[in-house]
Design a binder for this molecule. Structure first.
Ligand SMILES: O=C(O)CCC(=O)C(=O)O
Length: 405
């Protein structure tokens, strides 16, 4: 993200920015308090491929980074358009402060434009993060032409890997349809550790800046599947979509969240945002390589490390997979992959979701059927073990009729 704030601290100087300076902010080291076993985690890289490579050989059970799906110039235009269209909208900004292993979070209501200044003055111990849903909604009220245009542009880009395929969410009633979210992350901010509601395929398009993603893969279903991860992470459910009718409400969707963190401890030597931004300006590919290498300085909390041990048992599997997402990269996140982000530098991204017939249809149908808890028998149409592209409208109509009436 280009520095927009007049109050941003000056860039740290270094003879070679890619040989990073330590983060001078961190005067106390929590690392000293931890057993040495906390360093015992291993990570696999998430494949980073071109759009053509993805289309010729798509994969659906592991996250994939589709690099450079749109150019930096297109991304810049979209961020400018976003700020123009939504800059004065209020968003909830999470302010997280950490001290001596404890953390507290406050929420401020600020405009989207104001939130950028906070993002630019964020660090691991005092960070800002905003997950803004509804800003791009084209179904509530009368959206402006610029919002409609922006939403279409985002949709066009993230649909590129799925030429001519239905997205079943297009057939959902507007009041239960998952919406896009704009995510602003200041340096040092983390998202929650979670897996997504509806059991869809998640997508994230990075408009500006860089994000680190970590994914915990579900064991094979013969080995307990994602339930093993849910249990090991002490997860709880968070309702995300309900259908309200008179006094009754039917829960249609709920995600899974954990209070553990895959980024609880940051080594004092992990470079700060300004050093990283300087490095990226000099050489974006080298920056990515260096960042990949230095993610080992971001350690999961002790509870998360124990959970990872429980998930993987004595197998030789990596603890998790790591992806570096840069401006213009589209990340595809399969259902059942637990994930969490860390922001080495400020970023703006748009998170969205897909329900493709073959890949997600069964997950999404079963998810809604399980949560809606209707007593009458499930129509045969919804009991198929696999769904075909082209049947979305019929299936979704039937599903909604069954679940919410
Ligand atoms: O972009 C982020 O920082 C987190 C987004 C995310 O995890 C999601 O949308 O599921």
């Amino acid at each position: 993200m280009a520095a927009r704030s007049a109050s941003s601290p000056p860039l740290l100087s270094s003879s070679c920015p890619c040989e990073m300076l330590p983060n001078t902010f961190q005067s106390y080291s929590i690392l000293l308090l931890l057993p040495s076993s906390v360093h015992g985690f291993t990570s696999l890289p998430v494949p980073r491929i071109s759009l053509d490579e993805y289309i010729s050989s798509p994969t659906h059970d592991r996250p994939i980074m589709i690099r450079d799906i749109a150019s930096p110039a297109v991304m810049e235009e979209l961020v400018d358009g976003l700020m123009e269209a939504c800059g004065n909208e209020l968003v909830s900004l999470q302010h997280k402060q950490k001290l001596n292993g404890d953390s507290s979070t406050d929420i401020y209501e600020v405009t989207l434009q104001e939130s950028i200044d906070f993002m630019m003055n964020s660090n691991h111990y005092d960070s800002y993060f905003a997950f803004c849903e509804g800003l791009l909604s084209t179904v509530e009220g009368a959206p402006s032409d610029s919002i409609v245009k922006l939403s279409k542009s985002f949709e066009r880009i993230r649909d590129k890997p799925f030429p001519d395929q239905e997205n079943w969410f297009d057939f959902f009633p507007s009041n239960v349809k998952p919406t896009d979210a704009i995510i602003l992350a200041g340096a040092g901010a983390t998202s929650t550790l979670h897996r997504d509601p509806f059991e869809w395929t998640g997508t994230s398009l990075c408009l500006e800046g860089t994000k680190i993603w970590r994914f915990i893969y579900p064991p094979l279903s013969s080995e307990g599947g994602v339930k093993v991860v849910d249990d090991a992470l002490d997860s709880y459910r968070l309702d995300s979509v309900a259908w309200e009718e008179d006094e009754d409400s039917t829960i249609l969707s709920a995600g899974w969240q954990s209070d553990m963190s895959l980024y609880a401890i940051v080594d004092d030597k992990f470079p700060d945002a300004f050093s990283w931004m300087q490095c990226e300006e000099e050489d974006a590919s080298l920056f990515r390589e260096k960042l990949e290498e230095k993610t080992s300085m971001l350690s999961p909390g002790v509870d998360a490390l124990h959970a990872l041990e429980r998930i993987h048992g004595n197998s030789n599997e990596a603890s998790f997979a790591t992806a570096i997402q840069q401006t213009g990269d589209l990340l595809l996140i399969p259902a059942h992959c637990w994930h969490q982000t860390y922001a080495p530098v400020p970023s703006v991204a748009v998170a969205s979701q897909r329900c493709s017939a073959l890949v997600d249809g069964k997950n999404v149908v079963d998810h809604i059927l399980n949560l809606s808890k209707k007593k009458n028998s499930v129509p045969d149409l919804l009991k198929q073990s696999e769904f075909a592209d082209g049947t979305g409208k019929q299936i979704v109509d039937q599903l909604m009729r069954y679940a919410i009436t």
